[in-house]
Design a protein around this ligand. Structure first.
Ligand code: SF4
Length: 313
């Protein structure tokens, strides 16, 4: 029987499948969760923590990304570990050291019982090519951003079944998209499940989702290639690398403005002023807390941002 491995942030799903386990990105249940966390800073980690500890999420073990893009996950992950769930801590190298990355991947493979199915590397590589093609489709205005976002965000765990996930990818509708402005969504993904639909309703076509793009951009067909690729996970390294990557994508995708989503009590919120200083685009900063449908206040702000972009030269 295949075990389900909860993952708190991006780790190579290729490796989890190659070890014959099924990854479950614990964040993916958060936007539609009804849990009111007992104690919290960031609602993302607090909600998945309580989902697991209250037995509402069925996992056999947990991999906590303890060094990389999130510090709250380290504490909430340890609470889960103390409740008896076998837990492994995974660290990205801030200095991009390929040897350190390779040692972390080897440690992860050991925790998962070793590689048993190398073919999964190629299978998932093929799916990521489909993901990149979908991403390009919305850049070319031939797919709705909300459909593409829901596909790309699922690349963290491929919905637990790569074959079924490929069918999901194949059914994303191709359609001509009408909009008034092209925007990029940077930062952690919004905790609001309807964010992209709401943005679309105000004529904002989201042509870049920063974090989900990392999910499809990184990969490899063996351990060495994985180490060389994942050490460049932009969220886990110096912010100068992220700025460079974002600038390149904003230019390539011809965006008119940037929405920076920030999460209450997340350290990434402090990056807002850095992005504002280094990105030469109009920036709207929004913040969420608990998982809820988008608030009326957020809708008003998106509408005003859209109107402002429309009249800009
Ligand atoms: S929003 Fe920030 S604090 Fe919360 S899980 Fe994501 S990175 Fe961690």
């Amino acid at each position: 029987m295949t075990d389900t491995v909860g993952i708190t942030a991006l780790i190579p799903p290729e490796l989890v499948y190659a070890c014959r386990h099924r990854p479950l990105d614990v964040n993916n249940v958060v936007p539609t969760s009804s849990i009111n966390p007992r104690s919290k800073l960031c609602a993302w980690t607090a909600v998945w923590r309580d989902e697991i500890m209250e037995g509402r999420m069925d996992i056999d073990s947990l991999v906590v990304v303890a060094g990389g893009d999130c510090h709250n996950a380290l504490v909430d992950g340890q609470k889960v570990a103390l409740s008896g769930v076998p837990t492994h801590y995974f660290f990205y190298p801030f200095d991009r050291d390929p040897d350190y990355m390779a040692s972390q991947l080897k440690g992860l493979a050991r925790f998962l019982g070793g590689i048993k199915d190398k073919e999964m590397f190629r299978t998932i590589s093929g799916l990521k090519e489909k993901g990149l093609a979908l991403d390009q489709l919305r850049v070319d205005d031939r797919a709705r951003a909300s459909d593409v976002f829901s596909a790309l965000i699922s690349f963290g765990d491929l919905q637990g079944d790569p074959a079924a996930f490929e069918e999901v990818l194949d059914t994303i509708p191709h359609t001509d998209v009408e909009y008034s402005s092209r925007v990029a969504l940077i930062g952690v993904p919004p905790i609001y499940p309807d964010f992209h639909e709401v943005a679309e309703s105000f004529g904002l076509h989201v042509v870049y989702d920063e974090l989900p793009y990392e999910f499809v951009r990184l990969g490899g067909n063996d351990m060495q290639a994985l180490a060389g690729s994942y050490r460049n996970y932009s969220f886990s390294g110096p912010i100068t690398g992220r700025i460079e990557m974002i600038r390149q994508e904003l230019d390539r995708r011809r965006v008119d403005g940037v929405i920076h989503y920030t999460q209450f009590a997340c350290h990434h919120t402090l990056e807002d002023e850095i992005f504002r200083a280094h990105l030469d685009y109009p920036v709207l900063t929004v913040q969420g807390d608990l998982p809820r449908p988008s608030s009326e206040q957020l809708k008003l702000r998106l509408e005003a941002f859209s109107e402002m972009l429309e009249v800009m030269p």
